[in-house]
Design a protein around this ligand. Sequence first.
Ligand code: MN
Length: 197
Amino acid sequence: MFKLPNLPYDYDALGKYISKDIMYLHHSKHHQSYVDKLNAAVTGVSDIQGKSLEGLISDLDAIPANIQTAVRNHGGGHYNHSLFWQWMSPDGGGEPSGDLALVIINKYGSFQAFVDEFSAKSLAVFGSGWVWLQPDMQIISTANQDTPIMQGLEAPLLGLDVWEHAYYLDYKNKRDDYIAAWWNVVNWDFVASRLTK
Ligand code: MN
């Protein structure tokens, strides 16, 4: 059975940037629902028992057709959110350093140019989805709870949830304000740890 991971900080830890109300709803309700519905889908399906979450969602063709959509949506939701909590920190924000800073600047010219492009792509997602920084420094987006490893791509270094549930309580329809605030909590140490893997 899959389990909801604990947040690595308190619900109110991200302060004015992402409120306690949003964090509580997003983690304890939305993420919990992905976990519950994933478990409901895979329970009793013998030929996929023992597979890891990554194993399930990176090979959707191997999932029985009647639960493939559920595993895609809820497995993707569980995977994406389990990472998303770690991509934020009350000690986050600022700029990356070391090798991560070098590869970003090598690709985009400056850290700010990277932020601008990632933000523009996040604003441009129509409807619900995610925006990702990949290990090859490409910025890509996916719809719904799709995730790069479903598409045969590498696991993302960084990702931003642009579903309305991620920001509506605090920011209403102003996704651009949410994106601007989110940079203040990005956990660059965690992003850098994924680059070196
Ligand atoms: Mn979400």
